[in-house]
Design a protein around this ligand. Structure first.
Ligand SMILES: [Zn+2]
Length: 346
């Protein structure tokens, strides 16, 4: 019979009405840290919960994709857990949910261990790396691929530099370490050729925005947009353009003079053409200059592209019109824009 943690650990999941002392055993969780109102349908919490369940079910279903981890057993995905708090400030107010900070977590069965990674690539040689869409993959000589997406930071560090907290460390034969850390959420997985994952496939098959034929893709996506789709959502959601994310869309929209919340149906023909041109130009510059100055490479160096709309420039005057650059939370992330240059049009 499938293990059901709610029944197995009754004293943890279905406590009695009398207060009592319980021993909580060591357990494995997948967790996401975040902040903001948990009831905001476009907020971080909704995204976090969706991600926790997606990962948990992907693990539970592993045998069906032909990869049964050692020690696997049938189980019921346990209930969601969480911690909630507000920062201890003089004006702390528990009624203001937008100030909530939280850790959302989902328990995993005992066979989910870091050794799952070690068994697959321990001792193997890294042959090459590939980048496509939102993914970067390391290809090993035993056919395994270590894949990381948006949100994972990679650093090449000596033993002394390895931080206390990290999600994965690869000890390399030259004595250095490749250390993977996650800021908010991101996935690290190992797979082989023929991996079936809709995001991975969409990224692999997508036409790069700075290559031939992208204008056709852009116009098709624009034509099929729903009336309430905003400019940010158009660029960064639904895998329309794998690789364009929250980090690069700020400067694209500024260059195109389009407000991030503006509905794409309100864009004029000229604005549409301008957006296409700026996507290619801005991404081209970011690529040519080795990434943005808000990101670091393997060695810890920031990129050479100076961001115009980012955490580095917020509250400073816009170079074009002098208006103060603003930051707002929108769709599970921050948007930075110039209210003078990027007017909202209803
Ligand atoms: Zn401006």
């Amino acid at each position: 019979m499938a293990t059901d943690y709610k029944k197995q650990d009754k004293e943890l999941y279905q406590p009695g009405t009398e207060p009592s002392v319980v021993d909580v055993p060591e357990m494995t969780f997948i967790r996401v840290d975040g902040e903001g109102d948990p009831n905001d349908p476009e907020g971080e919490y909704a995204t976090a919960v969706e991600l926790l369940y997606a990962l948990s079910y992907a693990i539970k279903m592993m045998p069906r994709s032909g990869e049964t981890p050692e020690g696997y057993f049938e189980y019921v995905v346990p209930p969601l857990d969480g911690y909630w708090w507000v920062d201890d400030e003089p004006d702390s107010d528990f009624r203001d949910k937008s100030k909530y900070r939280w850790t959302a977590m989902l328990r995993q069965p005992e066979f989910v261990t870091p050794e799952l990674f070690e068994k697959q690539i321990g001792g193997a040689r890294i042959e090459r790396a590939e980048g496509f869409g939102i993914f970067a993959e390391m290809v090993f000589d035993n056919g395994k691929r270590l894949s990381v997406g948006d949100g994972i930071n990679l650093r090449l560090l000596t033993d002394d530099e390895v931080p206390k907290d990290y999600q994965l460390r690869l000890a390399l034969s030259d004595g250095r370490n490749l250390v993977f850390t996650v800021a908010m959420y991101g996935g690290i997985n190992i797979h082989e050729e023929g991996y079936f994952n809709k995001y991975n496939i969409a990224s692999r098959e997508a036409l790069p925005p700075i290559g031939e034929g992208f204008d056709t893709v852009f116009r098709e996506r624009l034509a099929e947009s729903k009336p309430n789709l905003s400019a940010k959502a158009f660029l960064a959601t639904e895998q329309r353009f794998p690789g364009i994310g929250n980090g690069c869309l700020q400067d694209i929209l500024f260059a195109a003079r389009i407000h991030p919340k503006r509905k794409v149906v309100t864009l004029s023909e000229d604005e549409r053409a301008g957006l296409l041109t700026t996507i290619m130009e801005v991404l081209g510059e970011m690529t040519r200059l080795g990434g943005r100055d808000t990101e670091k490479d393997l060695l810890g160096n920031t990129g050479g592209y100076r961001t115009v709309m980012s955490k580095n420039t917020v509250l400073s005057p816009c170079a074009v019109c002098g208006s103060t650059i603003v930051k707002e939370n929108y769709m599970g992330g921050s948007v930075y824009y110039c209210p003078g240059c990027q007017k909202m049009v209803e």
